[in-house]
Design a binder for this molecule. Structure first.
Ligand code: ATP
Ligand code: NOS
Length: 434
């Protein structure tokens, strides 16, 4: 496990200290390991640049993720091939991307649950998925199926807006009995997306997901839900709000999804509303950066050293130096919020925004699992007198998440090809110092 974010202060994890006890944590031998577990519809992204006329030709709604039938799939694929329009074919899936990026950032194990074709030909989509996934992502628990995985046509227009057309294949055929109870119970977190609830009558993915959520809820393993797309939530916001309140501990969304589920278009107010239901909220806001909201017990709250920010909640970032806690673990829970602008104001040229949010979530998961890892290996550390769910403060985590998203914006794929540098150059360091 690499420790998260850029650490400049001693009170963070002193990985470079010569202390022999602490050094045990540097060498991996004899340490207990934690992992996170995610479920996804296993898909390969097929990316192409298109215009509105192209979307109209295939009856696709701009900006949506929609499932398409086989006749549309075939016509779409033929057309993309004929006109030589395919830019990239790369492993995708919102949770697949998140697990991959988590494993790259943390240099540690994650487990991906879903389906995989049992017979794989070199060069097939299943083959591509496996080749483009970090070796730190444990794929041994995938359920074999007799047929293809899914394909996600990722159609990008001039404004950078993405339209997803999903050809499902057998991606939704994960069965509840394929979910190992002990695997879920021993995970540091179970990560799911709203897409997993979009299934038809003979598809079992939704039941499998609910089974996993049930195991996690029973065992007190945090359930992390990412909302995927606003269109899915808008169909029944009430159902989603109830599901989140009953079963979810950590909610990740962008501002549009935040509005769909809470009714608030201000990301801070949306995050605040979601805090009625969950313990920790991450709300990404594109060029406006990222908001986080969480709970801290009054006696553990820490005041920010940054300027207090105006907003719909006055001076909302006052306690952003606090580590997040479960509300139920707080005697006197208070709400802490943080906002961080994009790393370096965002790159000069954005190559791709696809998956920037997934990568922010991967960084947050890294921080959560680092806390579990530290707790497992140094249980009597003063750090754990506070029963926190995060390793770092909300302010530090959101910087780290923005830093990780930046890396996706400057490359072509939603999946990181390498971890973050151990040391940033001097210009970048000012971001961490602020
Ligand atoms: N145009 C931009 N300029 C600067 N930073 C950006 C821009 N777009 C995204 N980012 C960075 O990426 C992070 C996540 O972006 P965004 O809110 O677009 O995620 P998202 O819509 O959930 O993405 P996805 O669903 O593709 O994963 C932001 O918090 C910000 O740090
Ligand atoms: O229905 C879906 N299920 C799973 N993943 C999806 C779906 N639609 C889009 N994406 C995934 O979202 C990622 C960017 O956030 C893309 O890589 C795409 O594969």
């Amino acid at each position: 496990m690499k420790f998260p974010g850029r650490r400049r202060h001693k009170h963070y994890f002193p990985v470079e200290d010569k202390d022999p006890l602490i050094n045990q944590l540097g060498s991996d031998s004899g340490l207990k390991h934690s992992y996170i577990c995610g479920i996804d519809q296993i898909v390969v992204d097929i990316e192409a640049k298109v215009d509105q006329a192209f979307l109209d030709e295939f009856g696709l709604q701009r900006g949506m993720s929609q499932v398409i039938e086989s006749d549309i799939t075939n016509a779409l694929y033929e057309r993309l091939k004929r006109d030589n329009m395919i830019d990239y074919e790369f492993a995708g899936g919102t949770i697949g991307n998140t697990m991959h990026n988590y494993s790259v950032l943390a240099d540690d194990r994650s487990v991906l649950l879903g389906v995989m074709s049992e017979n794989i030909k070199v060069g097939s989509y299943a083959y591509k998925f496996l080749c483009n996934t970090s070796s730190r992502v444990d794929l041994n628990h995938l359920q074999p199926v007799d047929g293809p995985i899914g394909r996600c046509f990722t159609l990008i227009d001039d404004s950078g807006e993405r339209t997803f057309a999903i050809s499902a294949g057998l991606m939704n055929h994960l069965r509840p009995e394929s979910i190992s109870q002990s695997l879920i119970e021993n995970a540091s977190a179970l990560v799911i997306s709203a897409y997993l609830m979009r299934t038809t009558a003979n598809e079992t993915m939704t039941q499998a997901t609910l089974q996993a959520v049930h195991y996690a809820n029973q065992a007190g393993v945090p359930v992390v839900l990412t909302l995927g797309t606003k269109f899915l939530i808008e169909q029944d916001p009430q159902w989603w709000a109830e599901f989140v309140e009953k079963h979810v501990d950590i909610l990740a969304m962008n501002e549009e999804e935040g509005e769909a589920i809470t009714g608030f278009n201000d990301p801070l107010l949306a995050a605040d509303k979601a805090l009625d239901w969950v313990d920790l909220v991450i709300c990404t806001a594109g060029p406006r950066g990222l908001f986080m909201a969480g709970y801290v017990d009054d006696r553990f709250k820490r005041e920010t050293e940054y300027p207090l920010l105006p907003g719909a909640i006055a001076e909302f970032n006052r306690y952003e130096f606090s580590r997040g806690m479960r509300k139920a673990d707080c005697k006197n829970p208070i709400r802490a919020y943080s906002h961080t602008a994009p790393y370096m104001g965002g790159p000069d040229t954005i190559k791709n925004t696809n998956g920037a949010g997934d990568c922010a979530l991967a960084a947050v998961l890294h921080d959560l699992s680092a806390n579990e890892y530290h707790k497992l290996n140094v249980p009597n550390s003063a750090k754990h007198e506070q029963q926190a769910i995060t390793y770092s403060s909300l302010a530090q985590i959101s910087k780290y998440a923005n830093r990780a998203s930046y890396e996706v914006l400057v490359q072509h794929s939603p999946r990181l090809s390498r971890g973050l540098p151990e040391r940033e150059d001097s210009l970048e360091q000012s971001y961490w110092d602020k």
